[in-house]
Ligand binder design. Structure first.
Ligand SMILES: NC(=O)c1ccc[n+]([C@@H]2O[C@H](COP(=O)([O-])OP(=O)(O)OC[C@H]3O[C@@H](n4cnc5c(N)ncnc54)[C@H](OP(=O)(O)O)[C@@H]3O)[C@@H](O)[C@H]2O)c1
Length: 357
């Protein structure tokens, strides 16, 4: 299948290896999908007919960077994909790409959206905890539990973070190491992990938690930071300075998710990171060299500013090297981008030869 460009001009996707697996080859029936949409948007989602059961249907809570990337991959493989975003403009954009989208604020959940969720077969939670309230949707856990009972859901995955491990002084950590987050957000993550796992388990679903390293990919990487820093918002700049010694390309997150659907488990935690937990300054230095080679002299000074602020601000935020052996062993994942070097090179290659604006 040819690559498909979407949303961000730099993003180009190809189905990953696991697209060849059974669950990703279900033929797409546009009439069934249309029917599915019509029923899910109807005022009475309880009256859903049984034909819906013949199709794989993913619901993504929080169609952000990973959510959109994954949605696109699933769509390639014939899945029906629905999800949430927080504003109408984004909803229209995502609907234009063929997804069923609900405007949804997890702080104030609309019950019809929760009902629609229940008639999907798979659920991915990508909404992060809020520092003031914790996991916003779990604030409405009772409503969530009652609404989701007796539906079609059979698989749930919560996207968490390797920040739950805290500081291991640069040592290797795997899923059996105790969690000891330094930050409040890390503590809230652990609480959210436990509660989503319990909820899924109580509903009789296959449940798993993915602890993601620093996520990068087309449109969000050290290369993009160097090129775009002049126009980065303050929020994005803060994100750019965060220290992650472990990272993972979004395409590898997607293939791990697909592998996990093929090999569902119960109450299982997986570190989803690459093989090469390098210091951030090393990554930025490599990215700067790549950019300089491609567009000599253009971004040199600006990128050094990022690098320095990165080093200054990044220290002491939980140094560790996160091990991905379980992901490989149990899910059979073979990383497309085992190191930041191959990942960054592919991002640069996808940008073409024209100097970015
Ligand atoms: N970025 C990293 O390096 C990293 C590392 C480890 C783990 N994670 C976690 O992994 C998950 C996926 O990462 P990502 O980079 O794809 O995140 P992202 O792009 O920020 O996507 C998160 C999504 O959740 C939505 N959301 C946030 N608060 C919400 C609320 N109260 N109600 C409804 N929707 C809400 C966001 O909507 P808006 O677009 O409107 O904000 C967005 O669609 C997130 O939980 C993230 O925190 C990220």
């Amino acid at each position: 299948m040819d690559a498909l460009c979407w949303n961000h001009p730099a993003i180009s996707l190809k189905p990953t290896q696991s697209s060849e697996n059974h669950a990703f080859l279900t033929p797409k029936s546009s009439s069934l999908l249309f029917h599915c949409r019509a029923v899910m948007n109807s005022s009475n989602p309880e009256s859903k007919p049984s034909p819906l059961k013949i199709q794989n249907r993913m619901f993504i809570l929080g169609m952000g960077f990973v959510g959109q990337f994954f949605a696109q991959e699933l769509k390639y493989s014939g899945w029906a994909v629905s999800g949430t975003c927080r504003n109408l403009g984004q909803k229209m954009q995502l609907e234009g790409r063929g997804f069923d989208v609900y405007v949804f604020d997890a702080n104030d959940p609309v019950q019809d959206t929760l009902k629609a969720m229940k008639y999907h077969t798979h659920l991915l939670i990508s909404i992060p905890p809020d520092v003031d309230v914790g996991d916003p949707l779990l604030h409405h856990e009772k409503l969530l539990r009652t609404t989701l009972q007796g539906g079609d859901l059979r698989w749930l995955c919560y996207l968490s973070s390797t920040s739950v491990y805290g500081d291991y002084g640069g040592a290797w950590v795997d899923e059996d190491n105790p969690t000891n987050p330094l930050s409040q957000s890390g503590k809230l993550r652990i609480e959210a992990e436990e509660r989503w796992i319990n909820l899924g388990n109580d509903l009789g679903l296959s449940t798993q938690v993915f602890r993601l390293g620093g996520i990068y990919g087309p449109g969000r990487s050290a290369i993009d930071t160097i090129i775009k820093q002049r126009s980065l918002s303050e929020r994005q700049q803060r994100r750019a300075r965060r220290q992650f010694t472990s990272r993972v390309h979004v395409q590898d997150i997607c293939q791990a998710l697909k592998a996990c659907i093929q090999r569902p488990s119960s109450r299982r935690f997986y570190n989803i990171v690459d093989d090469d937990p390098a210091p951030r300054e090393e990554v930025f230095s490599y990215a700067r060299d790549l950019v300089e080679k491609k567009w000599p002299g253009k971004f040199d000074t600006l990128s050094k500013v990022v690098e320095e602020s990165d080093i200054t601000n990044g220290r002491g935020r939980g140094d560790k090297r996160v091990c991905n052996a379980r992901m490989k062993r149990e899910l059979g994942v073979s990383l497309v981008y085992p190191t930041y070097k191959s990942g960054l090179q592919s991002i640069l290659d996808q940008m073409g030869d024209e100097e970015p604006l």
